[in-house]
Design a protein around this ligand. Structure first.
Ligand code: ADP
Length: 486
């Protein structure tokens, strides 16, 4: 810190004033001595001068000290790490300087404590998955967490531009009338409000905007917290559940209606028609079988879903499972003038799994291959080890790959991502005619998910399809990842 300049007009004025004021008692004494003729005029004048000079010297050192303390305190406000200047001339000034210095140190400590606290709070907020914004009474953004910056930066339906969020009106950040109505209501009535809004680009996402009034009394005037909670997945699941019930009921109702219709006919117009009765009974049996298959598949699916989070631990000989599958489907293969060929890599390691569930996987895939492609060539089952897993399969290292290939009609690319959805069929009428329930691939996907495996579908229209199941080997290191599946 530079030495204070005392020669300012103000300082000189102050110095002169206090020198004169403080000299007054001495001057009064000198006057008395002069009046009673103890001092000559010359002596009195010299004494007055000496008293003034002494007082001026004293006042100068004090003013210099105070000046230094004042400048130090002012500079310390600007620069909290400033060192205390060298000693002052009096003990009082020295104490004052030390007190200012202690205050300054405490202030620096408190300031860094509160900065650390506010950093910690920001870190906590940044760690939350939901986007959070703090708003003032004028609905201006006064704070935001990392998720809010990310979300408002990335979603074209919103207009945030990262760090510039702070200071903006919410109306310029989320342009949805329902959200703005909710914020106005929360501010006016000081109560929690919420609104749902969606952004449609790049994909449709639905959010709940929850406004919570805060009574923090902070200097930035924070009045509300806005939490943006994504609802897309939950709403999708709700919709899927509702669709599933509707689809399952519909699938059961169709054969049931047919059976009831035939029963009515057999009781009425066709009562004595033996030929018609035999024909109708065959159809009724077919419909009843269809209902049985559907109920069996629905039960399998719900059983697998219940066990989906516990991973199977048996050591399975995949070759044996494939041979059993081929035997079970031998008749169906012959009926379709096809054949099931199995090719196994030598010394194939055991898989980690559940024999009956894997049996169901390869039965469904092979049966589909026969149904949708059997007439055009054989169905080939191959099992081998692959060194690296597909990127979306949990865990690392080698795994088993079992493929079911047919040379049938193939599947157009737009259907591939939806094939494993329940009741999704490329051609519903055809699937029904072939005895399909629309649940076979959904079951396959859930079982491979439970095995921490993966189902990969490749297909080319007119050339055929390959459904590959990747499974962890019995010797694979354990993976604790969640299974795939809807
Ligand atoms: P489905 O009981 O109808 O066969 P899946 O879930 O097993 O039900 O299969 C869903 C749909 O996928 C089928 O309806 C069919 O359109 C298509 N699909 C499945 N496997 C094949 C295949 N190997 N070749 C052509 N299409 C197939």
């Amino acid at each position: 810190m530079s030495e204070p300049t005392l020669l300012s007009i103000q300082s000189i004025r102050r110095l002169s004033f206090w020198s004169v004021v403080l000299s007054l008692p001495a001057w009064l004494g000198i006057l008395v001595l002069y009046v009673i003729e103890r001092l000559s005029l010359a002596e009195a004048a010299a004494s007055v001068l000496i008293a003034l000079i002494l007082m001026a010297a004293l006042v100068f050192t004090r003013i210099a000290d105070f000046e230094r303390i004042a400048r130090y305190a002012e500079a310390a406000l600007e620069n909290p790490t400033l060192r205390q200047p060298d000693a002052s001339s009096s003990e009082t000034s020295q104490r004052l300087m030390s007190a200012v210095s202690t205050l300054q140190r405490k202030w620096v400590d408190e300031r860094s404590d509160s900065a650390a606290q506010s950093r910690a709070r920001q870190n906590i907020l940044d760690g939350l998955p939901d986007a959070l914004l703090l708003l003032d009474q004028q609905r201006r953004v006064v704070g935001a967490n990392a998720a809010a910056h990310d979300f408002l930066d990335r979603e074209p339906g919103t207009t945030g531009t990262g760090r510039e969020l702070v200071g903006r009106d919410l109306a310029g950040v989320i342009r949805d009338p329902k959200v703005l109505e909710a914020v106005e209501q929360a501010l006016a009535q000081n109560k929690r409000t919420e609104a749902q809004f969606s952004v449609s680009v790049p994909v449709e996402r639905i959010f709940r905007a929850l406004f919570v009034p805060l009574r923090l009394g902070t200097r930035d005037g924070t009045a509300l917290m806005l939490a943006l909670q994504e609802q897309t997945e939950r709403l999708k699941m709700d919709r899927m559940r509702a669709d599933f019930v509707a689809n399952a009921s519909h699938e059961l109702r169709t054969p049931l209606t047919a059976i009831l219709g035939f029963v009515e006919t057999l009781r009425g117009p066709a009562r004595d028609d033996t030929e018609a009765r035999d024909k109708f009974l065959v159809i009724m049996l077919k419909q009843a079988n269809r209902m049985t298959r559907l109920i069996d598949d629905l039960l399998s699916l719900s059983r697998i879903e219940l066990r989906e989070h516990t991973r199977p631990t048996d050591h399975i000989d995949v070759g044996a499972v494939l041979r059993t599958t081929a035997e079970l489907l031998d008749v169906q293969a012959r009926e379709r003038k096809s054949a099931i060929n199995i090719t196994m890599a030598p010394d194939l390691p055991l898989a980690l799994g559940d024999a009956s569930e894997l049996g169901q996987v390869f039965y469904n895939l092979t049966s589909n291959a026969l149904k949708y492609g059997g007439g055009r060539g054989p169905v080939e089952l191959t099992a081998q080890t692959v060194e690296t897993r597909p990127p979306t399969m949990p865990g690392q290292g080698p795994c088993l790959k079992i493929s079911v290939r047919d040379y049938g009609e193939g599947i157009a690319p737009e259907h591939l991502p939806r094939l494993t959805e329940r009741f999704y069929r490329v051609d519903t009428a055809r699937s029904r005619e072939l005895g399909g329930t629309g649940l076979g691939l959904a079951i396959v996907k859930h079982i491979t998910g439970r095995h921490r495996g993966l189902l990969l579908i490749e297909s080319e229209v007119g050339k055929g399809s390959t459904f590959s199941v990747f499974l962890p080997m019995a010797t694979s290191p354990e993976v604790g990842a969640k299974p795939q599946g809807k």
